[in-house]
Design a protein around this ligand. Structure first.
Ligand SMILES: Nc1ncnc2c1ncn2[C@@H]1O[C@H](COP(=O)(O)OP(=O)(O)O)[C@@H](O)[C@H]1O
Ligand SMILES: [Mg+2]
Length: 262
């Protein structure tokens, strides 16, 4: 059974992409078949997973066929390519391009369902599908949520991060109400945590007070090696002993998210 998870926050820079690509690496290392879709025109996930780009990206996949004014069902397959050599085998990428931002302006009926339609018959070979959402609550976020089984939120323990959580929660609720009633809410993950510092500690407590059991008990600590890994477009598992603690934490999160026995 394929499980599809969208990872979002209205705020950027909270670690959505870093968490997504490392969860993909953890699952692939466990032998799962993983697809990562980059819904963000900043293309950070695409440049990090470094697939060999063909003629199509999500920008074309989510465009309509002029004759039918619909996306072509299953057309996502044409854009999918394996991740580059830094990544374990078993990760495929549905890449973004900067042009993807024009899809935010789409106005035709059914625009919220384009990704879902383009993925018809495409996701079955995968055990895990991850949609890395952009840092806003526009059409691309709505498309990712509408094409997911479950929505997870990543945040940093800051006031701005919390504001972003509230906004993406609203977007999730609207998608559940208007477009995809079966979408379930996963959990809120506190990333870049520094439990010994006053402000992150205060904000983490605030998130828990506000959202209770929705907040995952496990937190992801701020770790310099994750920034290095992002910079090198590599998984944190490539850093051996230096990356062991964050790699184990991300593996644990991956197992929780995708209900894999650890
Ligand atoms: N747990 C962490 N510890 C340290 N740095 C992190 C952590 N998670 C993410 N980062 C860094 O924070 C920056 C923003 O992360 P990114 O994944 O691009 O966020 P987003 O996708 O939400 O915009 C990147 O440089 C990334 O390496
Ligand atoms: Mg990102």
């Amino acid at each position: 059974m394929t499980k599809t998870v969208a990872i979002g926050n209205q705020k950027g820079g909270v670690g959505k992409t870093t968490t997504t690509v490392n969860i993909a690496a953890a699952l692939a290392a466990r032998g799962l078949r993983v697809l990562v879709g980059d819904l963000d025109p900043q293309c950070n996930t695409t440049s990090t997973l470094a697939p060999e780009l063909g003629p199509y990206t999500l920008a074309e996949v989510l465009d309509v066929d002029p004759s039918t004014r619909e996306v072509v069902p299953g057309s996502a397959a044409a854009a999918i390519a394996p991740a580059g050599e830094n990544w374990p085998t078993g990760i495929d990428v549905l890449p973004a391009s900067p042009v993807l931002s024009v899809r935010e302006q789409d106005t035709w009926d059914g625009r919220e369902y384009r990704l879902r339609r383009a993925c018809e018959g495409v996701l079955e070979p995968y055990d895990a599908v991850l949609w890395d959402l952009p840092p806003n609550i526009g059409q691309l976020t709505v498309n990712g949520l509408t094409a997911a089984d479950e929505a997870w939120i990543v945040t940093d323990p800051t006031r701005y991060g919390l504001d972003g959580v509230a906004l993406i929660m609203g977007a999730i609720e609207r998608v559940q109400r208007y477009h995809h009633p079966d979408l379930t809410l996963g959990q809120i993950v506190i990333n870049m945590h520094e439990p010994d510092r006053q402000e992150p500690k205060f904000r983490a407590a605030e998130i828990r007070e506000r959202y209770g059991d929705l907040v995952l008990d496990q937190t992801l600590a701020r770790a310099e090696v994750l920034r290095k890994a992002s910079g090198a477009a590599a998984p944190v598992t490539a850093y051996g002993a230096e990356g062991r603690v964050p790699a184990a934490a991300l593996d644990q999160l991956a197992c929780t998210m995708f209900e894999v026995a650890a």
